[in-house]
Design a protein around this ligand. Structure first.
Ligand code: CO
Length: 476
């Protein structure tokens, strides 16, 4: 059985998030957006993830305005975003009314494919998003449709078996997912396991499978080839100037590899290469400004050896260096899987990777396990992040939180409606309904941006006044 493979281009989102601290600006995207629109990608990932925060915090850009500009410049291709389930694009659980409104506004402003994940694979934390996508599908104005893409966060542990992921996929399809994403954010998948897993998923669910990996450990292209042989429908790649390393495998070699085979993407390699020229310049600018580091492009095999994300190990090393305890590194490395098992095997992604790592350091340096416990570990044990793959053992619970109460419900069930409160708080700054959402997600950062935006307008107005008085500002 053979068939055409489709590509999602990630250069406008994950590629620069992974390699260059999410610092690509809209003026570096728009010059080639029209050309990207002609390539024939399944979708272009260009929004969500860390881009929203980065726009407001570092780039003085309104993320909603960015989305509208991209939509206008790319009318023919499905625009894709990454959504952190009940965390939306932030780092905590938000109320359902905020999730609902966020999904609605994302679709109204031009998003077609919404990829939702939860760091613990707790489907309850994805439900409000999925429901909202189904509810607002008809708000799409692009004519390209809306796709609800639910995610399996891939990780390695004794409970994360093929069967576990297959069951998770079935559950997400039953909840309303149109596409299942297998997300290998830490590049822990191995090519032959990929083949078996993709095959099992294709047999279990009757919907497209979309595979996402990074080339951090150098296995990305092999993962894709084995996935393609197993029948994967869509894969994520990034144009060469910002492909590979901590980013996605590069787009061009995949197009070339599949050309003339039954899996042919049908994309024009020459044309894509022309577009990539533009991003060489962008990559140079990001390097010059100190955001793109050569290290992001080097193959880092630590993840293959320790089965934890490469970034987590550098964090551990930094913590030990600061504590002047580098001699304890091996001990800490051995403690990491024990802490993870104690905490019910959370997938090691942000933020759980840092939480597990810091606790392992504390356990080793204090000389007694859980003598000191971080507040995040307590939060995990209390159930504040959601349901863990495995129930935590009673003696561990007792040791970490004593007799404190634990949550077994969906964490957001304990959060009442928030939207109106946020709207009231920033009344004088609202220029569009979407501002309430920016503020709900990042209150201080959004407020600073609103003030900047207002000040900018007032400056502009006074400059225009000068023009009226016959004084021509040089920048015009
Ligand atoms: Co990624």
């Amino acid at each position: 059985m053979t068939k055409k493979v489709q590509l999602t281009e990630t250069i406008l989102r994950d590629a620069h998030q992974s390699q260059a601290a999410t610092r690509m600006r809209i003026d570096e995207m728009l010059p080639v957006a029209g050309k990207l629109d002609e390539v024939g990608y399944y979708s272009i990932e260009c929004w969500g993830g860390a881009t929203f925060d980065s726009c407001l915090r570092f780039l003085n850009e309104d993320p909603w305005e960015r989305l509208r500009k991209l939509r206008k410049a790319m009318p023919k291709t499905k625009l894709q975003m990454l959504l952190r389930g009940q965390n939306i694009l932030g780092y905590k659980h938000y109320a359902d009314d905020v999730v609902d409104e966020f999904v609605k506004k994302s679709i109204q402003n031009g998003i077609n494919v919404i990829r939702i994940f939860d760091a613990l694979n707790d489907t309850r934390n994805m439900k409000a998003c999925i429901d909202a996508i189904l509810k607002y599908k008809n708000e799409d104005k692009s004519g390209l449709g809306v796709v609800c893409e639910a995610t399996l966060c891939y990780t390695v542990s004794e409970v994360h078996t093929r069967e576990y992921f297959v069951n998770l996929a079935k559950e997400l399809v039953a909840m309303g997912a149109d596409v299942i994403c297998l997300k290998d954010m830490a590049n822990l998948l191995l090519p032959y396991e990929t083949y078996e897993l993709v095959k099992a998923l294709k047999e279990a669910v009757d919907c497209p499978i979309h595979l996402h990996t990074h080339n951090t450990a150098g296995t990305g292209n092999m993962i894709y080839i084995k996935a393609i042989e197993a029948g994967v429908d869509i894969i994520d790649t990034a144009l060469a100037p910002m492909g590979n390393g901590t980013s996605q495998p590069a787009t061009e070699p995949i197009i070339a590899t599949l050309a003339g085979t039954p899996y042919d993407t049908g994309l024009d390699l020459g044309y894509v290469t022309e577009i990539a020229e533009h991003f060489k310049g962008v990559a140079e600018r990001l390097t010059k400004d100190g955001f793109l580091n050569k290290k992001a492009l080097q193959t880092d095999v630590k993840g293959l050896i320790y089965q934890v994300p490469g970034g987590m190990l550098s964090n551990l090393m930094n913590q030990l260096k600061e504590a002047n305890a580098m001699d304890k590194y091996d001990e800490v490395l051995a403690e990491v899987p024990r802490v993870r098992a104690d905490l019910g095997y959370p997938p090691l992604v942000t933020p759980s990777s840092q939480i597990v790592g810091s606790q392992a350091v504390l356990n080793v340096l204090s000389g007694e396990r859980y003598k000191m416990v971080t507040k995040e570990v307590k939060g995990i044990v209390r159930g504040e992040y959601g349901k863990l793959p495995v129930e935590i053992k009673p003696d561990i619970v007792k040791k970490i939180i004593g007799d404190e109460e634990r949550i077994t419900c969906r964490p957001a069930d304990n959060i009442g409606p928030e939207l109106e409160k946020y709207r009231a708080e920033i009344k004088e700054y609202i220029e569009q309904e979407e501002d309430v959402l920016s503020y709900a997600l990042f209150p201080q950062v959004a407020l600073k941006f609103f003030k900047y935006r207002q000040a900018n307008k007032m400056n502009l107005d006074s400059e225009i006044g000068d023009v009226a008085n016959g004084i021509q500002p040089v920048w015009l």
